[in-house]
Design a binder for this molecule. Structure first.
Ligand code: G6P
Length: 371
């Protein structure tokens, strides 16, 4: 009913609006007495300290949350992090032992590919930490440690609030590891946590400006394809933006690392092709920012219609942006939490303009319990 959807036409639109709350609820209670704490920990602190390698295994949007997490976990812990599609993981021969931590990220906690990856990891004696949105689901039950995202039930098949909550939870895992290993001082952990706590308000701010993005969605709904570009943590955001558009609007969409443009994708640019560019902060990542500005000018010169997601007040990018979507300035590693939101809104609005049911895209299931 309309009431269940909070007055919205679709659950997904309600779930997009619930993202500040999903983030706040996911962070709540995880920083107590100056320490990051997990929900369940059946391995010792010593075992956490001994971890020498991390894998993140997941599917779909959860996989993209892992790609984001890699930047933070490596930076904070100095541990090597590999992010793997769960469906590929156990069919090669991943190098796993008792000092390997496998982080299994799954909204439902029942995804067959992820569950089988967890079982494979445990057979090889690796430790498994589940990041899950569903209390008592199979994946957390079979794991050595659990951190629950508290996004609340997600009805829309395409993940939105669970994805943002997964990014936040993965960051808590990174901080817990940094704290166990001593690669971050307690006051630094406290500062990182405080920055995370400021994110619900930042996401709320993005939500108050999405009307312009909706309007843009309606104007580009007839496009044949859309490309997405990003660098650093903006690269997985580009992948997620493209996935949302495929899932909801059945459009050809591809995400690329912007540095790869010259190695192939630039050949795709043609007159009027919408290209969404996720910009890094001009202050936080000045070098990457200027490289992306030159990428945008190149694709614009070749006829692309540039749609640029940039930090508020980023003036250098303005001349190259046919459409400019501004997001609040936040620390670089946290940018995906704000820059993903307009991409969700864009995909949902394009799908609506094309007359599709955004809660139940064709051929897809919310939880995929077969391999
Ligand atoms: C399905 C959903 C996606 C989700 C993926 C992984 O494909 O449509 O939105 O990201 O499964 O699901 P999980 O429950 O493991 O996070």
């Amino acid at each position: 009913s309309a009431a269940e959807k909070g007055g919205h036409e679709y659950f997904m639109l309600k779930e997009i609006e619930e993202q500040p709350e999903a983030l706040a609820n996911t962070l709540r209670g995880h920083f107590e007495s100056g320490r990051i704490i997990l929900d369940e920990q059946r391995i010792s602190d010593q075992d956490l300290r001994d971890v020498d390698k991390v894998f993140v295994v997941a599917c779909g949007s959860a996989y993209h949350s892992g790609l984001v997490a890699k930047y933070a976990i490596e930076h904070w812990t100095r541990l090597p992090v590999e992010v793997e599609l769960a469906s590929e993981f156990r069919y090669r021969d991943p190098v796993l032992d008792r000092d390997t931590l496998v982080v299994a990220v799954s909204q439902s906690g029942e995804t067959a590919d992820t569950l089988e990856a967890v079982r494979h990891a445990r057979e090889q004696k690796a430790r498994v930490l589940a990041v899950c949105n569903t209390n008592g689901a199979q994946i957390p039950r079979e794991s050595d440690a659990v951190l629950y995202t508290h996004a609340g039930p997600e009805i829309g098949v395409a993940s939105t609030k669970a994805f943002l909550a997964q990014i936040a939870a993965n960051y808590l895992v990174g901080l817990a590891l940094a704290q166990a290993r001593g690669t971050k001082y307690p006051d630094e952990v406290a500062r990182e946590f405080a920055e995370l706590e400021a994110m619900p308000a930042a996401v709320q701010k993005v939500l108050s400006t999405v009307e312009q993005t909706r309007d843009l969605g309606r104007r580009i709904a007839d496009s044949r394809a859309v490309l997405f570009l990003g660098r650093h943590v903006g690269f997985p955001v580009a992948l997620e933006g493209a996935l949302k558009l495929k899932e909801l609007a059945y459009m050809h969409a591809e995400g690329f690392a912007a540095g790869e443009l010259k190695h192939g994708p630039i050949a795709l640019i043609e007159d009027g092709l919408p290209v969404v560019v996720v910009m890094p902060s001009p202050k936080g990542r000045a070098v990457l920012h200027s490289k992306l500005v030159s990428n945008i000018s190149e694709i614009q010169a070749r006829g692309a219609r540039t749609i640029v997601i940039a930090e508020e007040g980023d003036e250098t990018v303005r001349p190259f942006a046919d459409e400019l979507i501004e997001v609040p300035a936040v620390p670089t590693l946290l940018q995906p939490l704000v820059s993903t939101v307009p991409l969700q809104v864009l995909a949902a609005e394009i799908a609506r303009a094309r007359g599709y049911d955004v809660d139940k895209p064709r051929n897809l299931a919310k939880s995929v319990t077969v391999e």
